[in-house]
Write a protein that binds this ligand. Structure first.
Ligand SMILES: NC(=O)c1ccc[n+]([C@@H]2O[C@H](COP(=O)([O-])OP(=O)(O)OC[C@H]3O[C@@H](n4cnc5c(N)ncnc54)[C@H](O)[C@@H]3O)[C@@H](O)[C@H]2O)c1
Length: 387
């Protein structure tokens, strides 16, 4: 390993995320995977071979103590993440933590406090933060070309083909449940867009059968009302074949809509009734692959306000590569951002453990394991600052 190369270690290497990481590492600059760890001996042996590393540990602490390892990726299941992440931060090693980071809000809070007090570089794998199409969504929102954002409706119809009844995913003590295990991605993404703290969270769920303690919950739904009135709804179902999956978010603005297709977004549609300047700005955005801009010229009235629209725009944005490639690049970007901070303490990261904490707080309220006052307290005290 050259002196300038950052040594990476991967804990939970034998799992589905571990198997995938090799392809993402191709785009991680100046870093080499030097060690893996997994409690499952068979999975560890397979990972050692597939990931082509010399060092394989069945005890994560040995990997954490390895002098060659400077950045540790924790990809073990949610219920194991806090203890491991805590051990990594105590050793002052940089941490790339899989979501949710912990199934308990208090634990993640303790982790963030430790990380902040030691100023150790750390990040959470919120892949969607790195999708260029979601940057388009942010730009449209910030540019104000469609007016104000009023609501988000997100639906996730996900597969359970690889989730047999005995999988840890269904055991809420191990996964935290759907809002915590998976929903955090979306509380993070759309909560950040909504821009103000959550004020009210109302949730419900369906129980499929009793195959997990307390019942196997396979559908959850919740609405998050933000301080400025933006209302975000999140539905998740894990009950279908992979071929029948669908994810979609509909963002309603005063002057139009954005539709985001896929959870690893592969297309974004913008549908607007706008003025000429907004039409020009929107059609100047990157990744625009189809467009229709028609004269409109009408006064429109809604929400007690009248405005003039002189363009009707329908725009389609997409990437020149598929979802798998997009996902791979997103994970690589997350790792690159963390490694930049390791090399340059002044670098401000795009995603930190503070983002993980805020979204987990909302997920815990939706799950019924935290109160809205606890979540609001976290939003008041923990502001993401790239560190
Ligand atoms: N960010 C994303 O998009 C994304 C995608 C997939 C998975 N994940 C997350 O990654 C984590 C793992 O998910 P998965 O599907 O790969 O799970 P998995 O069950 O397939 O793999 C987990 C691996 O961790 C190992 N393990 C368990 N306890 C351990 C311990 N104490 N020390 C070391 N190894 C241990 C297991 O033996 C297994 O090989 C979850 O938190 C999941 O949410 C995130």
């Amino acid at each position: 390993m050259a002196a300038t190369t950052t040594g990476l270690g991967l804990i939970g290497a034998g799992g589905s995320f571990g198997t995938f990481i090799e392809s993402a590492l191709k785009d991680v600059e100046g870093a080499t995977l030097v060690a893996v760890a997994d409690v499952n001996e068979k999975a560890l042996a397979r990972a050692k071979q597939e990931l082509k590393v010399d060092k394989a540990y069945s005890d994560w602490q040995k990997l954490a103590d390895d002098q060659q390892v400077q950045v540790v990726i924790v990809a073990s299941p949610p219920f194991t993440q806090y203890e491991i992440a805590h051990g990594i931060l105590q050793r002052s090693k940089a941490l790339f933590l899989e979501k949710p980071g912990s199934v308990h809000l208090d634990d993640l809070l303790a982790l963030v406090d430790l990380q902040r007090s030691k100023q150790t570089p750390a990040s959470i794998d919120y892949v969607m933060r790195w999708n260029p199409l979601l940057d388009i969504v942010r730009q449209v929102h910030q540019g104000g070309w469609l007016g104000a954002l009023r609501s988000v409706q997100f639906v996730n119809y996900a597969q359970d083909e690889v989730l047999p009844p005995e999988h840890w995913f269904w055991n809420r003590e191990k996964s935290g449940g759907i809002f915590i295990e998976h929903g955090v991605h979306f509380f993070d993404l759309y909560g950040e867009l909504a821009g103000t703290p959550p004020k009210e969270v109302v949730a419900t769920r369906s129980i499929r059968d009793s195959a997990a303690p307390g019942g196997r919950v396979d559908q959850v739904d919740c609405a998050v009302l933000h301080d400025d009135g933006v209302l975000c709804a999140y539905f998740h179902a894990f009950n279908r074949p992979k071929a029948v999956e669908r994810q979609q978010a509909l963002l309603a603005f005063d002057r139009g809509f954005i539709t985001v297709h896929g959870w690893v977004a592969d297309a974004v549609d913008v549908d607007g009734w706008v003025d000429r300047a907004a039409a020009d700005a929107l059609t100047g955005l990157q990744h625009l692959t189809q467009q229709s801009v028609q004269p409109f010229d009408k006064d429109l009235h809604g929400r007690d306000v009248t405005w003039h629209a002189d363009r009707r725009v329908t725009l389609h944005f997409s990437l020149p590569y598929d979802r798998d490639e997009s996902y791979r690049r997103q994970v690589a970007n997350g790792l690159n951002d963390l490694i930049k901070r390791v090399r340059n303490p002044e670098h401000r990261q795009k995603v930190t453990l503070t983002d993980a904490l805020r979204s987990l707080a909302v997920a815990c309220v939706a799950t019924g394991t935290a109160t809205i006052d606890q979540a609001r307290d976290i939003y008041a005290r923990y502001t993401p600052d790239g560190r």
